[in-house]
Design a protein around this ligand. Sequence first.
Ligand SMILES: C[S@@+](CC[C@H](N)C(=O)[O-])C[C@H]1O[C@@H](n2cnc3c(N)ncnc32)[C@H](O)[C@@H]1O
Length: 327
Amino acid sequence: MGSKYKLLPHLAEAFADVGGNTALDAFSGSGVVSYLLKQQGYSVHSNDYLGFPGIVAQASVVNQTVKLTATDIARITGPAADDRDFIRRTFEGIYYTPGDLEFLDAAWSHIATMRGHKRNLAVASLCLAAARKQPRGVFTISGDLSHYDDGRRDLRMSLREHFVARAADYNAAVFKAGAGHEVTSVEVADLESRRYDVVYLDPPYAPPTDDNDYTKRFHFLEGLSRYWVGDTIMAQTKTHKLPKRVTKFSSKRTIEEGFRDLFKRFHDSTLVLSYSSNALPDRETLLGLLREFKDDVEVRVIPHTYHYGTHSTAERRKVDEYLFIGR
Ligand SMILES: C[S@@+](CC[C@H](N)C(=O)[O-])C[C@H]1O[C@@H](n2cnc3c(N)ncnc32)[C@H](O)[C@@H]1O
């Protein structure tokens, strides 16, 4: 999800330069940056307005000791505990094979009875399994996706096999460091104004054209993370999406105001902001906005290639990644 995985060494250096004990990752996404902050000894607050990044952060950052046992994994991948079939009925013919969809219902028949970090680990593993099997990892495309088939083994494995592998990955990621980690799932405008030693901001990039709606890209993972309980699916959409959520970061008309509000709210923390050279606002505008609240603003430029995109968007993929540090 626009993951900062490849930029982690640069982020680690920036966080080490800033130092301190408390950190906010305000747009946590895949959770890799929160996980890095935990490794660097920070007490981490992860936030994302989507729910599934919160579950991922619970499983891998807040959770310090709990793992799924072989028995847990065998139960989740074994026969269903009830006859639920919501996923099979709703997503038939859209993303996965009937067997894969049936597995997701069956897995949830067990996960629904689990609690705490075991449940967080199971849901995180299920979401990662579903993401890996989806070509390009985004749910804006459906139907016949054979032209996206690049021969990756990930696309051939069943979701059940994926789940077993991903659960092992999450188990291996569990470790103890720091204390007082927390997770919230709110729109950034609703985050409490608090002082942290580091506030890391990796907001959606507003491309000059197109939109940056994360619900559109990841609606399936969001629904899957709670078995669509409480959700209203847009039944008229081909891919059975969840409704978009409009915020100041959704449009280039309002994004500057979104940044200004955010910088103001966390003006007494050191701000570390990731942004891309092919998005709006541009570097000079962001510098100006940061200088409204910070005396000392540094920009580090990191050449970066995004890992998702088709040939037609290849142009867009070779961009510089900026790291603004405002003290
Ligand atoms: C660029 S991604 C973050 C990627 C993350 N740093 C990583 O390495 O995986 C932006 C994230 O912000 C979330 N998001 C978008 N608008 C938001 C808002 N207004 N409030 C909170 N989270 C938001 C999206 O769900 C998405 O996960």
